[in-house]
Ligand binder design. Structure first.
Ligand code: EPZ
Length: 420
């Protein structure tokens, strides 16, 4: 097992370049199954979840050719199975996209219940509601979702909960359904738009992605295409908050600033200088930030994936802040680890009351999930003394070359073997 060893209290100066969006890549890779020819996908982040998805595609018979560290060509013409590998699928949540993609193309799919971060119950009832509305028969047997349809017929589907996954899964299954499918109360995250753009590049007919009503007109054929993944909005926000936590002057490049409006607004409220350029954001922070209140909401509200990093910034802010986590009921597992470092946080259900202190103190802590792991890195950078972070497997699932990007701006962080 590896660990991060971090020496805190070093201001950061320089440039960080953002990679392709994890949650776009995790939808677009399975979506390539729908094509009749090869798809070339660029700007893929080099993270474990992408590696797992490429392996899952190969397990189904698809041919994948890595043409560069961030570029892959997928030929789905050789797919010879609809049963997704059980052990691999449980490693990540996004394996559920194989449902919509395999159904959309072959009208059959067997997908294990998805894995992913332990941040709440994370049901998939809205995915099932949407797929059944399209004419899919679904059985749940021994932890496997078995789905089949004689034919897929377009339908009007209202999502009871704004769900990124359900919105994308229904979009995938509806691309070649007969007639028109309308998804109401759809999620609006940038990766929904990115996935719709990828599918339209194949020849799909999807309108309204990015709004809460998406219309999909089924088509007969979907060809191959080329696509470049958008920059990762959550990685961007993580580094914006990190730059404020560690203090200094950091330029974050390869960014779409409009995707971070809620984060920039809250950081400005805290007195942090946030300068937006066309495709980069500069964070200048040399004084103690003022505390604010945060409520996580579906996009364009404050993203739940940045709640844990933001709780670190609030932990060292002046004043008391309240975080309300309205998306996941179990996304405060990092709080106990922050308390080991001296943070003063009280959690009651979905609300955390954070009383800011001057300085955190370094300690051995562990990453309880992907974004909690990022939060621990932020805390280590701000803390007095040394912080050791274990369970790096969580972090490696979603952040490309995190330690290299941080060393590049002056952070004292290194990956060591646990025996060191
Ligand atoms: C996606 O998860 C992201 N993961 C998550 O990012 C992100 O936190 C989440 O969207 C919200 O933005 C990927 O894209 C791989 P949801 P997803 O369906 O699709 C409830 C990260 O750190 N719900 O939008 O699983 C659900 O319990 C990860 O990168 C139902 O009730 O999230 C949650 O409370 C963590 N029934 C809310 O909706 C359903 O059928 C939002 O979930 C589906 C969801």
């Amino acid at each position: 097992m590896e660990k991060f060893k971090i020496e805190g209290c070093h201001k950061l100066y320089g440039e960080i370049t953002i990679s392709g969006a994890k949650n776009s890549a995790l939808a677009i890779l399975p979506a390539s199954i729908l094509a009749e020819k090869s798809c070339t996908i660029r700007n893929l982040p080099a993270i474990d979840d992408v590696t797992y998805l490429k392996e899952l595609l190969r397990n189904l018979g698809a041919k994948t050719t890595d043409e560069d560290i961030d570029k892959v060509t997928i030929n789905p013409a050789y797919i010879n199975s609809f049963a997704v590998d059980f052990e691999l699928a449980k490693k990540l949540r996004a394996s559920y996209y194989f449902l919509g993609a395999l159904l959309g193309k072959y009208k059959e799919a067997e997908v294990p219940f998805p894995g992913g971060c332990d941040i709440g119950v994370r049901p998939i009832d809205q995915h099932i509601k949407g797929l059944e509305a399209l004419g899919v028969e679904i059985k749940l047997e021994h932890g496997i979702i078995k789905a089949k349809a004689k034919e897929l017929i377009g339908a009007s589907i209202y999502l009871d909960v704004v769900s990124v996954g359900a919105t994308i899964n229904i979009m995938l299954a509806a691309c070649k359904a007969k007639g028109i499918t309308t998804i109401e109360n759809a999620a609006k995250e940038p990766y929904i738009v990115d996935t719709a753009n990828f599918l339209n590049a194949m020849g799909a007919n999807i309108k309204g992605a990015g709004t809460d009503v998406i219309k999909i007109k089924g088509v007969e054929h979907l060809s191959g295409c080329e696509h470049s993944i958008i920059p990762d909005q959550i990685e961007t926000g993580t580094y914006m908050i990190l730059a404020a936590v560690a203090k200094g002057d950091v330029l974050i490049k390869n960014v779409i600033p409009t995707h971070l409006e809620s984060v920039s607004a809250k950081m400005r409220e805290m007195g942090i200088e946030v300068i937006e350029y066309e495709d980069s954001i500069r964070i200048i922070s040399n004084t103690r930030p003022k505390s604010v209140n945060i409520k996580t909401l579906p996009y364009p509200g404050f993203p739940t994936d940045l709640q844990q990093p933001m709780s670190v910034l609030l932990s060292i802010a002046e004043g008391t802040g309240i975080i309300t986590e309205s998306i996941y009921e179990g996304r405060f597992k990092h709080v106990d680890e922050l308390k080991r470092m001296g943070a003063k946080i009280k959690v009651d259900g979905r609300v955390a009351l954070i009383e800011g202190i001057e300085k955190l103190s370094g300690a051995p802590v562990c990453a309880t999930d992907l974004r909690a792991g990022a939060a621990m890195v932020l805390a280590g950078l701000a803390a007095e003394g040394e912080t050791i972070i274990s369970n790096l497997n969580h972090i490696d699932r979603g952040y490309e070359n995190l330690e290299d990007k941080l060393i590049h701006v002056g952070a004292k962080i290194k990956r060591v073997h646990e025996t060191e």
